[in-house]
Design a protein around this ligand. Structure first.
Ligand SMILES: Cc1cc2nc3c(=O)[nH]c(=O)nc-3n(C[C@H](O)[C@H](O)[C@H](O)COP(=O)(O)OP(=O)(O)OC[C@H]3O[C@@H](n4cnc5c(N)ncnc54)[C@H](O)[C@@H]3O)c2cc1C
Length: 430
């Protein structure tokens, strides 16, 4: 990899997500050599992926070059590489560009879409975990309307304009709200020769309420907001399969659709060599102690979505969200310096700042530590928080300007099929 050995211990971080970046920032100006490896040369701001999928933002505005994060840092190296195997006994990593040794290893690989072993769903459903996947979804949504224009077979046309989102967490709710706004504000203007009133947005939730990690009030309000926007919310319905045409559920309910969007779960993105059953806790996450040390490996740590730290307050680990990843990254930065200087480690304590979700224009729900609110003010808070945590000044300006423009003009100008998604419409028709 062409990285010289220095006299300082080498810390290798796998993953430049929220956790990896906040750790790298903490290690700046410390007596360590830091090597950051990521399969992408950019950081993805996942909370706004749904806006890319629905044409509200361009992809560049939610991505940030990882090399730029490290500009001006001494003894820092970035390599664009996917880590394929960890060999803990040799303190060595195998990657797509060669091997690298480490003194300390930090796994910050985040999570991936969980289809719970259902290969049929995996093959036909659309996931939304990365920028390329969001662009695929954006293209597919638009291509479906272009196809709907071409057919006079009304069943087929309805299925092309029928969207089924599985998973009533923040991603599903936000996506459903955005699609409903497109149906209301954009489709009638873009497709005057198509009866877009027949377009349907279905949100399917396995449990008995949406946003089940938030307060009951937030769930109720989010459902009300969605229904006002014309979204059909189906609760206590479990999807069992999708063959590219028909969504089957555990009940009698079926949906004929060209688009099933899977937002029903994620699992830890483990790497070969550190994926033995005894290392894994719930959600395919690496079991770590209160110092984020992977159990049984004193010089290997895991942070963020991939880490499962079971505590009294969080018996199933911390939520797979940006805040735990950022806070764990910072704390681990301090702890690594302590470890290298022979000082005792300090336990990680999660400061829960609350959670929020937006449903659409002027509609959001916020559960903060001591206060819960919904509606217009919540929507402004949601926007402010997302702008604040977005990485890069340019990105903040671009996103802000886009939001103001979209708000004033009721528009989403990034509804472009730049990279067509190759769906086999003939198969769909058959
Ligand atoms: C659609 C969506 C919406 C979300 N909305 C919110 C929200 O509103 N609020 C919130 O708090 N959280 C939200 N989240 C969750 C949040 O994005 C994650 O919890 C957070 O990104 C976790 O940070 P991380 O550092 O653990 O992993 P990530 O940010 O996922 O970063 C992991 C990095 O590791 C890299 N990587 C993975 N495997 C390898 C490998 N083998 N080799 C090299 N590199 C690798 C990836 O390329 C990536 O850059 C959302 C997630 C999604 C998908």
């Amino acid at each position: 990899m062409n990285i010289p050995r220095s006299n300082n211990p080498r810390v290798v971080i796998i993953g430049g997500g929220f956790g990896g970046i906040s750790l790298a920032q903490k290690l700046r100006k410390q007596e360590v050599q830091v090597v950051l490896l990521d399969k992408n040369n950019y950081h993805t701001f996942q909370p706004l992926l749904y806006q890319v999928s629905t044409g509200g933002l361009e992809p560049d505005s939610i991505a940030y070059p990882l090399r730029k994060v490290l500009i001006g840092y001494d003894n820092f190296f970035f390599r664009l590489a996917e880590v394929t195997e960890i060999l803990p006994n040799k303190q060595l990593l195998k990657t797509t560009i060669g091997e690298i040794s480490y003194d300390y290893l930090v796994v910050a690989t985040g999570s991936e879409t969980n289809f719970f072993g259902n290969t049929e769903l995996e093959q036909h459903a659309m996931a939304m975990k990365s920028i390329p996947q969001s662009l695929n979804l954006r293209s597919l949504i638009l291509e479906n309307f272009e196809q709907a224009l071409l057919t006079d077979e009304y069943h087929e046309r309805d299925a092309l304009m029928n969207f089924v989102i599985v998973g009533g967490g923040p991603t599903g709710v936000e996506l459903a709200g955005a699609l409903a706004e497109i149906k209301k504000g954009i489709l009638p203007k873009d497709y005057p020769d198509l009866d877009t009133r027949r377009a349907q947005i279905n949100l399917v939730q396995g449990g008995d309420r949406l946003l089940d990690a938030m307060s009951e009030k937030a769930s109720e309000k989010a459902e009300k907001f969605l229904e006002d926007l014309g979204v059909q919310v189906w609760k206590n319905v479990r999807v069992t399969g999708y063959d590219g045409k028909t969504v089957r559920t555990k009940t009698d309910l079926v949906f004929e659709t060209a688009t099933l969007i899977w937002a029903a779960g994620v699992k830890g993105a483990t790497i070969k060599g550190l994926d033995a059953k005894e290392l894994i806790a719930g959600g395919n996450r690496l079991s770590v102690n209160e110092f984020n040390q992977v159990i049984g490996f004193p010089n290997i740590f895991a942070i963020g979505d991939i880490a499962c730290m079971q505590t009294e307050e969080a018996p199933r680990g911390h939520p797979m969200m940006a805040q735990p990843a950022i806070q764990q990254g910072r704390k681990l930065g301090e702890n690594l310096i302590r470890l290298i200087n022979g000082k005792p480690l300090e336990p990680f304590i999660y400061k829960d700042k609350g959670s929020m979700a937006t449903v659409g224009r002027n509609k959001a729900v916020c559960d903060l530590k001591n206060i819960r609110f919904q509606g217009v003010f919540a929507w402004f808070v949601w926007m402010f928080v997302h702008l604040f945590f977005l990485i890069g000044f340019r990105n903040r300006v671009v996103v802000f300007v886009n939001w103001v423009y979209n708000y004033i003009r009721f528009d989403r100008e990034a509804r472009l099929i730049i990279r067509p998604f190759k769906r086999n419409y003939d198969q769909f028709r058959d």
